[in-house]
Design a protein around this ligand. Structure first.
Ligand SMILES: [Fe+2]
Length: 165
């Protein structure tokens, strides 16, 4: 016999998930898609940057994409733990992500500037998801988001510092 979601909820076996968590689930998906897009852009810049101080910028973008990539799996599994499915295709990312794609080859300073702007945008998205996680008292998830915001603050510092002449 197949157990329905309704029966699970009646039995109190829904692991404490509140009924009306769709807004948090949806926001989490938007945060995840944005985080993944940010990761991809940092990796794009790591691969495609050029110039006399190539290595410096290649390494800067490398540090950022590696840190962000390291959080992707955890982020996805937190979404599953919230009872939602993980968006994991280019079409779903392009619908959900708040970080725009970059299809042009930019000069290195513009790469830094753009990733810095994206980083600020991503921090704001993560803060909104954080507020909803707090609203539903999903403290494990809000702790995770607080750490992501902190990590992106550090990325912002590194990007900003490297723009100073
Ligand atoms: Fe590499």
């Amino acid at each position: 016999m197949r157990i329905t979601l309704n029966q699970v909820q009646k039995l109190g076996l829904n692991y404490g998930l509140e009924d009306n968590m769709q807004e948090l689930q949806q926001a989490a998906k938007i945060g995840f898609a944005s985080e993944f897009s940010f990761y991809l852009k940092a990796h794009n810049f790591h691969w495609n940057v050029e110039g006399s101080d190539f290595l410096e910028y290649h390494d800067l973008f490398g540090k950022i994409y590696e840190e962000v990539y390291g959080a992707i799996d955890d982020f996805a599994e937190k979404i599953r733990a919230l009872g939602a499915y993980v968006p994991a295709s280019f079409s779903s990312f392009s619908m959900l992500s708040q970080i725009p794609d970059e299809n042009h080859l930019l000069p290195k300073d513009q790469m830094v500037m753009e990733l810095l702007q994206d980083n600020e945008k991503l921090i704001n998205v993560l803060k909104l998801v954080y507020e909803l996680a707090e609203k539903y008292r999903e403290v494990g998830f809000s702790n995770f988001l607080a750490e992501r915001i902190d990590a992106h603050r550090k990325h912002g510092w590194m990007l900003r510092a490297s723009l100073k002449g």
